[in-house]
Every structure is written in C-alpha cells, then in structure tokens.
Design a binder for this molecule. Sequence first.
Ligand code: SF4
Length: 347
Amino acid sequence: MKTPDAFSMMPDEWKAYLLSQGEKAFRAQQIFGWLHKEHVFSYGEMTNLPKVLRDRLDAELPLHSATIALAQRSRSDDTVKYLMTLWDGEQIETVLMRYHYGYSLCISSQVGCRMGCRFCASTLAGRKRDLTAGEMVSQIYAVEAAEGVTVSHVVVMGCGEPFDNYDELIRFLKLITDPAGKNLSIRNLTVSTCGLTDEMRRFADLDLGVTLAVSLHAPNDEVRRQIMPVANRFTMEELLAACRYYTDRTHRRITFEYALIRDVNDAAAQAKELAGKLRGMLAHVNLIPLNPVTERDLSGSDPERVRAFANILEKEHIPVTVRREMGQDIDAACGQLRRRHSSVKEG
Ligand code: SF4
C-alpha cells in the first residue's frame, strides 16, 4: 500500500496500514487522535501504544510536522507571522490573527508560487514544491501548541495557489474537518484562488460548504493582465462565469479580494466598472490597500482613495468591506518574511 506522509493519512488509511502490519484496527483512532487532537508530534509521546509499534512507526512513517523557526509579533495588533521550516529545510509563512469571533490562521499551500502576481513576494522565485495535506494541517497544530490557542477559522491564502495543488488541498479539507480529529467546521474554512477556473468548477461540484475567495484586483482584463499573468489564461468573463457556477452550485457567497494599488486599479471610474461587472452576483468585495513589497514598484492607495472606492461600490449596492490592515509593522505582504530570512533567490 502506498502511504502518504503520516500527518496526511486519513483514519481509514491508518486502519488499512495497521491491519496490514497485524495490528488492531482501534489503534487507528488512537493514532489519529494523538496527531490531530492532542498536538503530539512524536510517536514516543503516544503513551497508549505499545513500544514496539511506536518504534516501527518511527522507522516506517516519519512525522513531518512544520516547525516554527521565527515568530514576528505585531505591536499594533495581535497578529503574529511565523516562518515555518519543513522537513526538507524549505520555508513557508503562516499568519495568526485574532478577531472578535476567535483565532484565524492563514496557511500556505505551496513553497513559493508560480502564478506570478506582480504585487506578491511569494512568487518571486517561482514554485519550489507543493505542500502535502499533512504539512498544511501541521501549520495549524504547531501554532496551537506554541501559543496555547484554539484556531477556529482557517484561510488557505498564504504562499501558493491552493488550486495548483488541488488533490492535497481536498485531502487537507477532509483531514481538518474529520470528527475524529480537529473537527473544524467546514463553514469556518476559506480557500483563496487567483482564478483557476477549471478547478473552481471542480471544487463547486464537490459542494463542500467552503467559502471561496477570488483574487480579482481589477475591474477589467486590461488592468488584470498588467498585474496577474493568470488573466492571460482566463478572461474576466470566464472567471466570473466560474464564480457564478460556484454560487449556483453551492449557494455560498463569493468573496472578491481587491487590493487597491495606487494609480493602477483605484480610480472612481474603475470602481463603477467593477460594480457593473459584479451587479446581481452573490458576492462581497473585500478592499485592502496593497501591502508594499520591497522588490516591486507598486504601492497601496491612500486611505481617502480607499474610502472613495468603497463609497462608490456601496452606492451601486455592491456589498463591500474595507479590510482591517493587520500586522503593518511586521512583514505584512505574503512571502516577505520567507524572502528576508531564507536564501530565496529570484528564478
Ligand atoms: S498572490 Fe497568491 S496566487 Fe498570486 S503569486 Fe502570490 S501566492 Fe501566488
């Protein structure tokens, strides 16, 4: 039997593995519970397992948990940004935010990213590799264990394009919502995409109940192509058609992410154009001034521009929020911390 890494294994896969080793089936629930409920990162701590089994697991199914290499704590709010190291030395970012409803964690799905968005530091050196589902869940467990908190909401919006790692993403969603483990409510999960329309439709067909966030960042193809290479593959019309398909299939509102970039996508006329495109959709727009990226020549819009843009959308009856800028005093833009603290070079 081909097994994925141990943190990625579902209860039935543990059961099949253990039975194949002549062990009792109930051990599967015990091990899954240790990993996904108890924040145990080594077999040696699984005290209700016989030593001989623990030793065999150590030898055959090593636990590849993400570990915290560095934590940057914001002085202005409770945001903490972590640099995490994976078993092979690669590094990713994870961000903890405190809201009135609880703790939300933004996790990474790939080491780097190949989508090439111009405003993003994660993509500067391309994609190194995909994360396994186990490496996605272990970001959550590492933070919960280190901070003594319970993460109630998870956003797959860190380094990487989740739909570019589709199978592991789906496995991650199943693992984290499994009743024998963390048992996170599916309603508290958000997956963010830059707009891979084929995967969006596949994802819609699963109708899991996950919130979909779409990085739109432009009111038309011309502007979108300037800042997001993915717009050369899929037009905005195709993207919005995939969004409508998602809302039709799932009856869930889509969140459109729109980073306001000074003199690129923040004009009043562009707000009106955007409103025209989104009218009638089951959607909501999240506006946020761009976090500057040192290596890029783009900067965020002034607060007045942000407010004016939001006002136009409101007048046009498009639901909109201006997202709170969190962790401004730490390396806020995605990929910056990893870039500063590792030997990532532009590819
Ligand atoms: S914004 Fe997201 S999809 Fe775009 S390059 Fe960065 S990580 Fe990739």
